[in-house]
Design a protein around this ligand. Structure first.
Ligand code: TRP
Length: 348
C-alpha cells in the first residue's frame, strides 16, 4: 500500500474516531476472530478491550467467529466446536454483552455465505493474487494456496457487508482487506443498485504486546498467556521465559527483547511506564522482575478469569448465546440477501 493511501485511511479513521463518541448510532462495527485456539493477552490488549469500549459507547457491534476461515490453510476442523465455545466464553468474560452485541459463526449463516457468489463476480484474479495478507499467510502456512485462502478477503467482505458494517477495527497490515471490501461494495452498487455502505478501517492504536520472548505473541510460538490459563500456568510460563545474563533490569526493546517484553506486559497490566518498573526492580534482577510480572498479569486477569469460571459452569447459557446470535445474524443476512436479489432482478 502506498503511503498516500495509508495517510488517507489514517485521516478518515481519525475523523471517525472523533465522531464515534458523539454519534455512536451512525456506526455498525463488524469484527471477528478465527477459532483456532484460545484468546490470549495479545488479542485482549490488541483488539478485545477496544471492542468492549466501542460497544459500551453505543456502537452497534457484531462479532463473527470465523469458523470457515479456519480451513483456509489447514486440513482439519479438529477441536473447532470447543474453540468456538471457549471464544464465546472469553468474549463474555471480557465484557462483550450478548444483549447488545451479536456473536455468530460463519457456518450457521447460509445467506451470508451466499453473498460470496455475486461478490466473486466483482473481483479479478489479479486483485486476489496481489492481496498482501493472503500472500504472507500462504507463505507462512507452507500449504498450497487453496481457493478458499485466495478468496477469503471476498468472504470477509461478505462478513462486513451482510450486516451493513461501516467500520472495521484493523491493524495497518489489514487495510488491503478493507480496500477490497470497499471496491466490492462500490462495484455492486454501481452495477445493480445502492445496497451496501463502503466501510472504513478504524486503525487501532493497538498496543502490540510482545510474546514472552519478544516476538509477536502467538500461540504457535508458545509465548502467549491465554486468558483461560490458570494463575499457576501463567506463573510457570513467565518463569521459564527467556531473559539474559545482565543483572540490572532496563527497558531496551532491541537489545534486551526478553526483559523488555516482560516489562511491557507488566506495564499494560498495571498502567505504569516500563522504565519506572525497570528502575524499581533494578539490581534485584530477572527473578524479581518475573515475580512482579506474574503478580501484575494474574491480578489483572483475576476478574476476567472469575467470570470465565462462572460461564464455564453454565454450558447451556453459552449455547443459548450462540444460538441467539446466529438467529439474529440470519435475520439480518436474509434481509440483505433479499435486497441483493431485488437489485439483481432475481426475484422469482
Ligand atoms: N481474519 C480475522 C482473523 O484472522 C477474522 C475475521 C473474519 C474478520 N472476518 C472478518 C475480521 C471481517 C474483520 C472483518 O482473526
Amino acid at each position: 500500500m502506498s503511503s498516500d493511501t495509508f495517510q488517507a485511511s489514517k485521516r478518515i479513521s481519525d475523523e471517525i474516531k472523533a465522531d464515534l463518541a458523539e454519534h455512536p448510532d451512525r456506526y455498525v462495527m463488524l469484527t471477528g476472530d478465527r477459532p483456532t485456539g484460545r484468546l490470549h493477552l495479545g488479542h485482549y490488549f490488541g483488539t478485545i478491550r477496544e471492542r468492549v469500549r466501542l460497544q459500551d459507547e453505543g456502537v452497534t457491534t457484531r462479532i463473527v467467529i470465523a469458523d470457515y476461515q479456519v480451513i483456509t490453510d489447514r486440513d482439519t476442523t479438529e477441536h473447532i466446536a470447543d474453540n468456538v465455545r471457549n471464544m464465546v466464553i472469553d468474549y463474555l468474560a471480557c465484557g462483550i454483552d450478548p444483549e447488545r452485541t451479536i456473536i455468530f459463526t460463519h457456518s450457521a449463516i447460509p445467506a451470508l455465505n451466499q453473498l460470496m457468489l455475486p461478490f466473486l463476480s466483482l473481483v479479478t484474479e489479479a486483485e486476489l493474487l496481489r492481496n498482501p495478507p493472503v500472500k504472507s499467510e500462504q507463505e507462512a502456512s507452507g500449504h498450497a494456496l487453496t481457493g478458499l485462502l485466495l478468496t477469503y478477503p471476498v468472504h470477509q467482505a461478505c462478513d462486513i457487508l451482510f450486516c451493513k458494517g461501516n467500520v472495521v477495527p484493523v491493524g495497518k497490515d489489514q487495510l488491503p482487506h478493507i480496500e477490497q471490501t470497499r471496491q466490492i461494495a462500490r462495484r455492486f452498487n454501481e452495477r445493480y443498485a445502492p445496497v451496501f455502505p463502503e466501510p472504513h478501517g478504524l486503525l487501532t492504536e493497538a498496543v502490540e504486546i510482545p510474546g514472552l520472548d519478544g516476538r509477536k505473541m502467538s500461540k504457535s510460538y508458545g509465548n502467549a498467556i491465554a486468558l483461560s490459563a490458570t494463575a499457576d500456568e501463567t506463573a510457570k510460563l513467565i518463569k521459564k521465559s527467556k531473559t539474559d545474563s545482565e543483572r540490572c533490569i532496563t527497558f531496551d526493546k532491541e537489545g534486551r527483547p526478553g526483559v523488555s517484553a516482560l516489562l511491557t506486559t507488566a506495564a499494560l497490566c498495571t498502567g505504569r511506564a516500563e522504565a519506572d518498573i525497570a528502575a524499581e526492580i533494578g539490581e534485584d534482577g530477572a527473578g524479581a522482575l518475573k515475580r512482579y510480572v506474574t503478580e501484575a498479569v494474574n491480578g489483572y486477569l483475576a476478574p476476567i478469569r472469575e467470570r470465565r469460571a462462572a460461564l464455564e459452569a453454565d454450558p447451556g447459557y453459552i449455547e443459548d448465546v450462540l444460538r441467539e446470535g446466529n438467529r439474529r445474524a440470519n435475520e439480518i443476512a436474509e434481509a440483505t440477501l433479499d435486497q441483493v436479489r431485488e437489485a439483481m432482478g432475481m426475484v422469482y
